[in-house]
Design a binder for this molecule. Structure first.
Ligand code: AMP
Ligand code: MG
Length: 502
């Protein structure tokens, strides 16, 4: 028997969400589009899912990816959910422009959702058209694939197609459909949907589904639902720390945009920081800075408190007992986050051993970067190349970092402390540098690069999209021929605001 993964021409669907009760979703087919056109198939991801990339790129495949043909075995569903949006409660949201085609199992045996985004209206569309334009489709494609290459838990992009239809937003724009892959699309808001309806049976079915799918180990716990809460908190706390390590700002951390699986989901007005500042906000709709870079941990914490509150009836029949147990668990968020964030920062500055004062040393660097508008990505990447344990540095290498600071002396003050600390590490410079270079990327999807991709796509030029994807697929490798992709934006290229683009 061959040991190679079987490549199916069609999707080998095995749909478990569609077996849950009918009030968990609405069954609705995608709305066909005028003329589907291929932008991109993610070949490696397709193969990993056991799908034939050539089939997906064929006319039949493109019809499926545009929603013009429902493939065999698919049971298209718009999932019901609710959520707190910017703190305001919305009892019913749901997939208004997305449809779950079905679930497949990947080469590692993991169950994954395949979802079309921009595939037409559903009963949850409210006033929306159920469509997406090419901008947000390419943005999500580039950023989710960049996150995956950075080894950050995330939904993936399997394909992007155009529709030859016009989408009306502030202006008229070309339509597109993204095919998204996620380990599931269950959100904090999905639990809130059932909790708000006091549907304890629905809640239990959903929680059991989530445990089977994402957290099977909690089955063994004395109280599996409390253990589920603890595990969701731990994964989410780690995820937020990972975002912050690479300067990522999600931008719209409503409870309906937080996946229970611990994956990054719903790339709306998200952004990567160029120059560092803890209060950075890019989203055009986030006027109060609610979802600013440094607010992300506390927002995650409060979203998880919403999750805890939703599953209280599962934790204990007695509400007071349930609240007491859940509160203790929710309070563990800060410990989980602080541990992840501090070990992430220590790795970024090349510390393998742990000493009191390490976190403060890293914070001191961030503080000086903020005061001096130093570029987040370049500062950490170039720090990798600095000789650490000796003063015998080449002036050129040293200048490459200090020149990123408005006042280079501010960096000099820090680097002396850093060197003093590195001398107490048993690891040598060479080993430290190699370790730093796999946590401090050389390439991130800077906002101005993403904007250029979108602008070119509006003139049917997808080359910048392809080029950027290729560079970002190896974010930790030096790619001298693509050095320009490392550069911060010139003043005229600076992106000050990002848009939801729904
Ligand atoms: P999001 O901005 O992706 O978090 O979406 C918030 C809610 O609005 C979700 O229920 C979406 O399905 C819905 N939504 C966003 N854009 C559209 C659209 N163009 N048509 C219909 N529903 C939409
Ligand atoms: Mg959303």
């Amino acid at each position: 028997m061959s040991t190679t993964t079987k490549i199916y021409e069609l999707f080998p669907f095995d749909n478990t969400y569609a077996r849950l009760p009918e009030h968990f979703y609405a069954r609705v087919n995608p709305t066909p589009v005028t003329k589907p056109g291929l932008v991109k198939i993610n070949g490696p991801l397709a193969s990993h899912l056991g799908l034939d990339p050539a089939y997906l790129a064929s006319p039949n495949g493109i019809e499926i990816l545009a929603g013009n043909r429902v493939p065999e075995g698919s049971e298209p569903l718009a999932l019901a959910y609710a959520g707190h949006q910017f703190g305001g409660w919305v009892p019913q949201l749901g997939d208004g422009r997305a449809l779950l085609l079905g679930e497949v199992t990947d080469a590692d045996g993991l169950r994954l959702d395949i979802q079309l985004k921009g595939s037409g209206p559903t009963p949850f569309s409210r006033m929306g058209d159920g469509r997406a334009w090419i901008g947000p489709v390419l943005r999500e494609y580039v950023i989710s694939e960049a996150m995956a290459a950075l080894s950050i838990p995330t939904t993936r992009a399997l394909a992007a197609v155009t529709t030859d239809e016009t989408i009306i937003r502030e202006q008229t724009l070309p339509g597109a459909v993204l095919t998204r892959v996620a380990s599931s699309h269950i959100r904090v808001g999905t639990f809130q949907f059932f909790a708000a309806r006091q549907d304890v049976q629905g809640l239990r079915l959903l929680a059991d589904h989530v445990i089977d799918r994402h957290y099977p180990e909690v089955r063994e716990a004395d109280n599996p639902y409390l253990a589920l809460l603890e595990s969701v908190i731990a994964r989410q706390a780690t995820l937020i720390a990972r975002w912050m390590e690479i300067g990522f700002i999600h931008g719209v951390m409503n409870t309906d945009n937080m996946a229970i699986s611990g994956e990054t989901i719903d790339f709306g007005p998200c952004a990567f920081m160029d120059s560092y500042h803890p209060d950075k906000v890019f989203s055009s709709i986030d006027h109060m800075g609610r979802y600013a870079y440094n607010k992300q941990p506390e927002i995650a914490h409060s979203n998880l408190a919403c999750f805890a509150s939703a599953i209280l009836p599962l934790i204990n029949d007695n509400e007071e007992t349930a609240i007491e147990a859940a509160t203790g668990t929710i309070n563990s968020f800060s410990d989980h986050f602080n541990a992840a964030w501090s070990s992430g920062l220590r790795a970024k500055i090349g510390l393998a051993e742990e000493e009191a004062g390490d976190f403060e040393l890293a914070q001191d660097l961030l503080h000086r970067m903020a005061l001096n508008q130093a570029d987040f990505m370049l500062t950490f990447r170039r720090l990798c190349d600095l000789p650490g344990r000796t003063e015998q540095n080449s002036a050129h290498t040293e200048a490459s970092v200090r020149d990123l600071f408005h006042n280079p002396e501010s960096f000099d003050g820090w680097v002396a402390d850093w060197r003093a600390r590195l001398r107490r590490e048993s690891r040598g410079d060479f080993e430290r540098q190699a370790a730093m270079r796999v946590v401090n990327p050389a390439y991130i999807p800077r906002n101005h690069l993403v904007e250029k991709v979108i602008t070119a796509a509006l003139s049917d030029d997808f080359e910048p999209f392809e080029n950027l994807l290729a560079v970002l697929s190896r974010p930790f490798d030096d790619q001298p021929q693509h050095a320009a992709y490392q550069d911060p934006p010139r003043p005229e290229e600076l992106v000050h605001q990002t848009f939801c683009g729904t």
